[in-house]
Design a protein around this ligand. Structure first.
Ligand code: PR8
Length: 465
């Protein structure tokens, strides 16, 4: 693949995912093809969340005093907040922030909603746009100032154990979601100096982009009782006493789509998991003079059959060369293409071509639905396997900090090593290698790569987006 960022920039434009020319930095336009991919991805996510979460929709604007209430939280976000100061020509008495995330929007309402232990647990989510005035280099879908697809879940519990359990469940939810997209991930606990502002701890999902830098694609935060105390969210326990609730929240963004595009894409463009692609299958008639109507009729018939069998199918009957159509649909990542010409009709068959491997097979028209279904399953499995193998090959073990620095410099990727867990030592490592600690996994024994003390943490370093 040519230089990744150039490839990424070009494919967003060529495949008509995003129009990057909108005249506000960090804000972009979803185009019809991109929007369909976004919608299909959200459907997978919502189907999982809807099993035990309620979807809600809260306002965009946060009063300044609410945003400022939780001091650690506001400190984490104060540099990134956009403010609404006027209504028309009138200066507002209370400034209003565009939500950078919705804890301070939702939690004053949660204080009104939560009454008794029998109300709990509560699990909500919303998919909204949020605004963060990012000062680092912005990139479409990866670091934006308007996050257009911010899925945020917020849960409320009556005990610390239950909140802890919810963190595990959220991790399982994200695993299931990323597996459905074939995106590989590393799950770690963020170091304490990099956790979500106001949380007790943060668990994060990272994947590796083709240039070897990691991208954080999802986070799960245990909020403990910090926000409950700030916003006075209490419930009455079975003994009639009032206790503060325990909370979690977890979020995903446009980065999910960025990773689907980047992780599976290749020189020919997008290569999408079937359930994400705008169409599962595109039918291209192979027309020779004299047999046009016969072939087109057969294609139309097949199209109807596939749609009623639940496929997202598209008949490309434009008056263009077949080669041009193949190129376009390959670039847009449609997983399967059916070609039908007069000879195929005579044999009651069709040629099916796979986007992921380029393989072509001749299938019986009678049972083509079954063949397509099998191929779709196989494609997801194949691209998932390919992506995991690539990611695993980019996680490398280092014994010394010099070795870690060298690998990062030459090969990028993720460096895995043993660490004592001491904050000062961790920051010293970051300074020496000049790369941030991505996260930590507990367990294992060895000696710390930096101070040589006994180590029970495996830590990971990576250049990140
Ligand atoms: C929360 N509150 O907010 P989080 N562009 C694209 N994606 C981004 C950006 C950006 N500028 N900033 C963050 N993300 C919690 C959980 C409600 C939900 C992505 O958590 O600040 C990151 O990948 O960690 C992150 O994982 C996710 O949004 C949630 O943001």
């Amino acid at each position: 693949m040519t230089e990744f960022s150039e490839w990424f920039h070009n494919i967003l434009e060529e495949a008509e995912i995003i129009d990057q020319r909108y005249p506000v930095k960090g804000m972009h336009v979803w185009m019809p093809h991109g929007f369909r991919i976004r919608k299909n991805t959200l459907k997978i996510l919502k189907d999982i969340l809807d099993r035990d979460h309620e979807e809600v929709l809260f306002p965009l604007l946060v009063p300044e005093d609410e945003l400022a209430k939780e001091s650690i939280h506001v400190k984490g976000f104060e540099d990134e907040v956009y403010w609404v100061t006027h209504g028309g020509l009138t200066r507002l008495q209370r400034k209003l922030a565009l939500r950078p995330t919705s804890e301070t929007v939702m939690y004053p309402m949660f204080a009104l909603w939560v009454r008794s232990h029998s109300d709990l647990p509560m699990r909500f989510y919303q998919v909204v746009n949020t605004f963060r005035y990012e000062t680092k280099h912005t990139r479409p879908l990866i670091r934006v100032r308007e996050i257009t697809t911010f899925k945020e879940a917020h849960t409320i519990h009556s005990s610390a154990a239950e909140a802890e359990e919810q963190v595990e469940r959220a991790i399982e939810i994200y695993r299931e979601f990323f597996d459905a997209l074939g995106i590989p991930y590393l799950i770690t606990k963020r170091p304490p100096w990099d956790k979500f502002p106001g949380s007790d701890y943060t668990m994060a999902f990272d994947t590796i982009m083709p240039d070897g830098k990691t991208l954080q694609i999802g986070t799960v935060h245990n909020l403990g009782q910090t926000f409950a105390r700030t916003f006075d969210i209490k419930f009455e326990n079975p003994d009639g006493e009032h206790e503060y609730v325990h909370q979690t929240c977890y979020g995903l963004s446009d980065r999910v789509i960025a990773s689907v595009i980047a992780v599976h894409g290749d020189e020919s463009g997008l290569c999408l998991p079937p359930e994400v692609a705008s169409y599962h299958v595109v039918i291209v008639p192979v027309i020779f003079r004299g047999a046009e109507e016969e072939v087109l009729d057969a294609c139309r018939g097949l199209m109807e059959r596939l749609e009623s069998a639940g496929f997202r199918a598209h008949l490309d009957d434009r008056d263009l060369r077949a080669g041009r159509k193949y190129y376009e649909w390959e670039m847009r990542g449609v997983p399967l293409r059916i070609e039908i010409g007069p000879r195929d009709l005579k044999n009651n068959s069709a040629v099916i071509s796979r986007r992921d491997t380029g393989e072509k097979t001749t299938a019986d028209l009678e049972s083509i639905e079954d063949t397509l279904r099998e191929l779709m399953d196989d494609i997801l499995e194949n691209i998932r396997k390919r992506a995991w193998e690539r990611m695993n090959s980019m996680i490398r073990e280092a014994e010394t900090l010099e070795e870690a620095a060298e690998i990062i410099e030459e090969k990028r990727g993720i460096i895995s090593f043993m660490w004592c867990g001491d904050e000062e030592c961790g920051k010293d490592i970051e300074e020496k290698v000049r790369v941030d600690i991505l996260g930590i996994q507990e367990g294992g024994t060895g000696t710390c790569i930096n101070c040589g003390r006994e180590a029970e943490h495996r830590a990971f370093l990576a250049r990140t987006y």
